[in-house]
Design a protein around this ligand. Structure first.
Ligand code: IVH
Length: 682
């Protein structure tokens, strides 16, 4: 490819990838598969490598990470990053307002904002392009975490419009939404790593990771709230509104207040509804709106005189520790859970709290019968943070950590250097067996949605299934009439599941249909430790069949993309176990796919997998049908009409204006015959 062609193709790919990012992250309507997206990115990455001077500094390739930072460079802040004065009571807020009024000699307007509980960041843009992101550090200098910050999709790499100053500095908070926090911790638990205590720690830990690709997976988010330096606007509010136009994420939870009552009203509303926000806040920040007045008020050595933080009270209660249960997860990890005298905390009745592991119990010196402090801070599950020793009853019992599995009685193990205990009885321990079955039927695995956690429980309790292959031996007559009453998690009402004719029909149908599931999903479903969805797909396409994977040596396994020694070891371990081999043999016998399907083998490529095309008009080198055939040969699909699901419109001569309008209104890219040929070229 010559330089001019490369320039064009880089432009095209950049636009395409940006559009798909927009569809995925902003609209939650992905138009192509991850696999196809990776293809596009890979192509752009290679081109940028070959023609580095043509690479856009705001290229979407910078979002996915890949760069490793061994040590973060220290950078001096142009404007020091100050902190805010904290207040915890209404009186202190009144004092702040009185001080401001006195200094200014008049009443003034305030902006009240959320106090985001994350990690402070300063972003620097030159001519609209993000060039540097620096943490707060000691306020004078911080760490240059630019590579990691570029992976955060809500941070623009290039600003919109042309009204921004040529050098722009903007500050805000990097946060981890609670949902992402939960997902990260679930994954960490599954991989037997210590979970993060709260989203703030997780955000801070993520930002300091060496591998920016891993940061990209963490789904961090960022809200901006302050623009230091001279700006051509009269108020802080105007600055934020301009920043929003330039593409920054500015929270809509904000209030313009001209008296103390309005300030308290915002504080109280947010305090009450803060648990409904998708991320953590720990208070409200109150700022003088006029930039002129901010200047007049100035700064103390540590913080501005024009702003203050009102911190919400830590939500903590005292209650009695009644007993400790031990819960066993799918991987066998055992977690101690405290049973508490029910108590109201942060709007919900708390009956249980996590105690994490043996070391934490020991460091708290908590005993059964103690009055314990329970807190719901950033954490999802409340936790015990301390003991009121003055109230310790004389008969309080020291906690002796469980020696055997509460579910199956097997002696627990704790590996050298690890904090968690686990039950080694994979084959016979009920929650581990049920966990494996639940994983097998889950959406990204065999996707048997006519079964669920409750129904799996019934099948297991009635001894109809103990391993995943048993599912395929089920008959309607065994299922009809089975039922169970249970208390759903987080719901006091009892629920009843009963297997009537229609239910049974759906279950059997769902199981039968799952036999069509592609090999890559089957491989994920059988639950090899560390073989997640992506790894399973890479393995499936690299080796083509389970037989090839089973034959592979450790070296051969690590030759496949994304497979390291830890995963290879786990795969070898899995296939050493006769029980696993037997399950696979039975699943094969039932006709599940253990190799990549024939039609996939015959494809010219999978470049267009997951993409739907609309072909319109007449073409120079091909007939419309030939183009459609090519689309299918590369794994794509054809459709007659443009919708939000359309990935591309391939337009020849005489494409109707209506179609063009429709494509434009849905932001579907319209490409030419030669664009299309480039897309499928090797
Ligand atoms: S303004 C010069 N606004 O709280 C003052 N800070 O305790 C600039 N924070 O370091 C800060 N939400 O990390 C401001 N809406 C908000 C904030 C906020 C969270 C953090 C920030 C700051 C710390 C001060």
């Amino acid at each position: 490819m010559n330089r001019e062609e490369a320039r064009q193709r880089i432009g095209q790919l950049t636009a395409e990838i940006n559009l798909h990012n927009h569809k995925y992250y902003d609209l939650s309507m992905p138009a192509i598969t991850d696999f196809e997206f990776d293809r596009l990115l890979e192509e752009l990455t290679l081109l940028e490598k070959e023609f580095p001077d043509l690479a856009d500094p705001a290229s979407p390739t910078r979002r996915v990470g890949g760069e490793i930072t061994k040590e973060f460079r220290q950078v001096r802040h142009t404007f020091p990053m100050l902190s805010l004065g904290n207040t915890y009571s209404e009186d202190e807020v009144r004092d702040f307002q009185a001080r401001v009024n006195k200094l200014l000699g008049e009443e003034t307007e305030y902006i009240c904002e959320l106090k985001f509980d994350g990690v402070a960041i300063s972003l620097i843009y030159i001519d609209g392009v993000l060039v540097q992101a620096v943490t707060r550090g000691d306020g004078i200098q911080g760490d240059d975490v630019t590579t990691n910050v570029r992976t955060i999709h809500s941070i623009p790499l290039r600003l919109k419009g042309d009204t921004f100053p040529s050098r722009l500095e903007i500050r805000g908070e990097i946060i981890l939404p609670r949902k992402s926090f939960e997902n990260i911790n679930l994954k960490r638990l599954a991989e037997e790593e210590e979970p993060f205590a709260n989203p703030r720690n997780a955000a801070s830990g993520s930002l300091k990771m060496q591998d920016s690709k891993e940061v990209a997976r963490r789904r961090l988010d960022c809200y901006l709230y302050y623009l230091p330096g001279e700006l051509p606007f009269p108020t802080h509010y105007d600055c934020l509104m301009a920043a929003r136009k330039w593409g920054f994420n500015i929270s809509s939870y904000m209030a313009r207040c001209s008296n103390i009552e309005e300030i308290f009203s915002f504080i109280n509303t947010m305090n009450e509804s803060r648990h409904e926000l998708p991320f953590d806040i720990d208070g409200i920040v109150i700022k003088v709106n006029s930039l002129q007045q901010q200047k007049e008020l100035g700064y103390t050595a540590k913080s501005p005189r024009w702003a203050i933080a009102y911190k919400f009270k830590a939500e903590r209660v005292l209650t009695r520790l009644l007993s400790i249960d031990y819960q066993v997860g799918r991987t066998g990890a055992v977690t101690p859970v405290a049973n508490l005298q029910p108590v109201l905390l942060a709007g919900t009745v708390v009956k249980r709290a996590s105690l994490h592991n043996e070391d934490i119990i020991a460091s708290l010196d908590v005993r059964i019968g103690d009055q314990v402090y329970v807190e719901k801070g950033g954490e999802i599950i409340p936790k015990i943070v301390g003991v009121d020793l003055d109230q310790r009853p004389p008969d309080a019992l020291t906690v002796v950590f469980a020696r055997s599995c509460p579910e199956c009685g097997t002696e627990l193990l704790r590996n050298e250097g690890e904090v968690a205990h686990y039950c080694p009885n994979q084959a016979g321990c009920p929650p581990q067996i049920k966990g494996r079955l639940e994983h097998f039927i889950s959406r990204k695995a065999m996707n048997i949605d006519s079964l669920g956690e409750g129904k799996i429980g019934i099948l297991y309790d009635n001894k109809l299934v103990t391993d995943v292959a048993d599912l395929y031996d089920l008959r309607s007559d065994q299922l009809l009439g089975l039922e169970k009453v249970y208390e759903a998690a987080g719901d006091k009402r009892e629920k009843k599941i009963s297997f009537r004719e229609k239910t049974v029909e759906n279950i059997i149908k769902g199981i039968r249909q799952s036999k069509e599931t592609g090999f890559e999903h089957v491989l994920y479903a059988i639950g090899i430790r560390f073989v997640g969805e992506t790894v399973a797909r890479k393995l499936a396409f690299h080796f083509g069949s389970i037989d090839q994977i089973m034959k592979a040596t450790s070296e051969e396994l690590t030759e496949a993309e994304e497979i390291g020694e830890k995963i290879a070891g786990s795969i070898l371990e899995f296939f050493k176990e006769p029980k696993n081999l037997e399950v696979i043999r039975r699943l094969k016998e039932q006709g599940l796919h253990f190799e990549i399907r024939e039609e996939e083998k015959n494809l010219k490529s999978e470049k267009l997998k997951g993409m739907t095309f609309v072909v319109s008009g007449t073409f120079e080198n091909f007939s419309r049908d030939e183009i459609k055939k090519e689309i299918e040969a590369h794994g794509g699909k054809n459709s007659g009409s443009i919708s939000s699901k359309t990935a591309f419109v391939v337009a020849g001569e005489n494409m109707g204006p209506e179609k063009r309008k429709k494509a434009a209104s849905l932001s579907v890219p319209v490409i030419s015959e030669s664009d299309f040929l480039q897309m499928i070229a090797d």
